[in-house]
Design a protein around this ligand. Structure first.
Ligand code: TRP
Length: 350
């Protein structure tokens, strides 16, 4: 356990140093991030990552956003709704401020040269390194399935995503740090064996507080506690109304003992830019009914402009498809170039 804590401290320190440098030397960075198209993007994604991607993009950092369609089948055995999920993700990215002229949006399955990096990369990791990965273990347990070859090698797949475009910064949650560590090892080992092709990327950890789901657990579609960016105002009101609180009418911020009330307060705080305490004090003895009304209003106010922009894209699916095709095309060129360098370095040129 000590080694994970130590490496977390080291990663956090490097991450802080890089974050301080991003605005000074944006030209030195190439950022890659991605999401799995398993459902709709929600406020957790927005505050946890999407808003930072937009900030980095607008700072002039070269960015790319991957919709990781092949990763959907790491822990589930269906690709149902995948096309719809992918299009809806593009709509949310665009509505949130991702500018496709600056930041390509693309999918795994359109970049065979990225996936082909799996072959040399798999030779650079041992089975026990993969077995030890805490995220793989956690996902296997959550899936209730036997460990598939794809789930076991999922961190290698992610290394391909990051390295094919020579990404050197990857904004991640803490749970993804072991993947970044493995990506660094793969890059290092490849470079040592065959000559320098890849950078050793750094994980960028955000200081943002994580928005909890409406029940206080992690916000996740599968828990039914997530506010989707694209839901209607009425759907949002309904979801907040049926969230579980408690019978104490005096509203206080106490995440440990009052997870429901506190999750609502954090949601309102993030959407309104106020603090949880300020909101709790204002509501005082108003009870959870008053709290829920307030949360509904600030969440819907916050999301109204996003939803308005999103609707435009929803009514113009051809544009959404164009954005994706353009992103695929741009990133495929990058992948072909990198695979050429890999083949050169490995002497596989015939
Ligand atoms: N594994 C990430 C997730 O489950 C998604 C992802 C795929 C990703 N490839 C990536 C994130 C590369 C960062 C970089 O959310």
């Amino acid at each position: 356990m000590a080694s994970y804590t130590d490496s977390f401290e080291a990663s956090k320190k490097r991450s802080d140093e890089i974050r301080a440098d991003l605005a000074v030397h944006p030209e030195n960075y190439k950022m890659l991030t991605g999401d799995r198209p398993t459902g709709r993007l929600h406020l957790g994604h927005y505050f946890g990552s999407i808003q930072h991607r937009v900030e980095y993009q607008n700072m002039g950092i070269s960015c790319a956003v991957l919709i990781a369609d092949y990763q959907v089948i790491t822990d589930r055995d269906t690709t149902e709704h995948i096309q719809d999920n992918v299009y809806n993700m593009v709509m949310d990215y665009l509505a949130a401020g991702i500018d496709p002229d600056k930041t390509p949006i693309y999918v795994h399955s359109a970049i065979p040269e990225c996936n082909q990096l799996m072959l040399p990369f798999l030779s650079l990791v041992s089975e026990s390194e993969l077995q030890r990965n805490p995220t793989v273990k956690a996902e296997m347990e959550a899936s209730g399935h036997a460990l598939t070859g794809l789930l076991l090698t999922y961190p290698v797949h992610q290394a391909c995503d990051i390295l094919f475009c020579k990404g050197n910064i990857v904004p991640v949650g803490k749970d993804q740090l072991p993947h970044i560590e493995l990506t660094r090892q793969i890059a290092r080992r490849f470079n040592e064996r065959y000559g320098k092709v890849f950078p050793e990327p750094e994980g960028i950890l955000s200081d943002a507080i994580e928005i909890p789901g409406l029940d206080g657990r992690k916000m996740s579609k599968s828990y039914g506690n997530a506010i989707s960016l694209g839901a209607t105002a009425e759907e949002t009101a309904k979801l907040i109304k049926k969230s579980k609180t408690d019978s104490d009418r005096n509203i206080t911020f106490d995440p440990e003992n009052r997870p429901g009330v506190s999750a609502l307060l954090t949601t309102a705080a993030l959407c309104s830019g106020r603090t949880e305490k300020e909101i709790a004090d204002e509501i005082g003895d108003g009870g959870s009914g008053t709290l829920k009304k307030y949360v509904t209003q600030v969440v819907n106010d916050f999301l109204a402009p996003h939803r308005e922009r999103r609707e435009k894209y929803q009514n113009d699916l051809d544009y959404v498809k164009d954005v994706l095709h353009e992103g695929n095309k741009k990133m495929r060129e990058v992948a072909i170039q990198t695979l050429d360098e890999v083949s050169d370095a490995m002497g596989m040129v015939y």
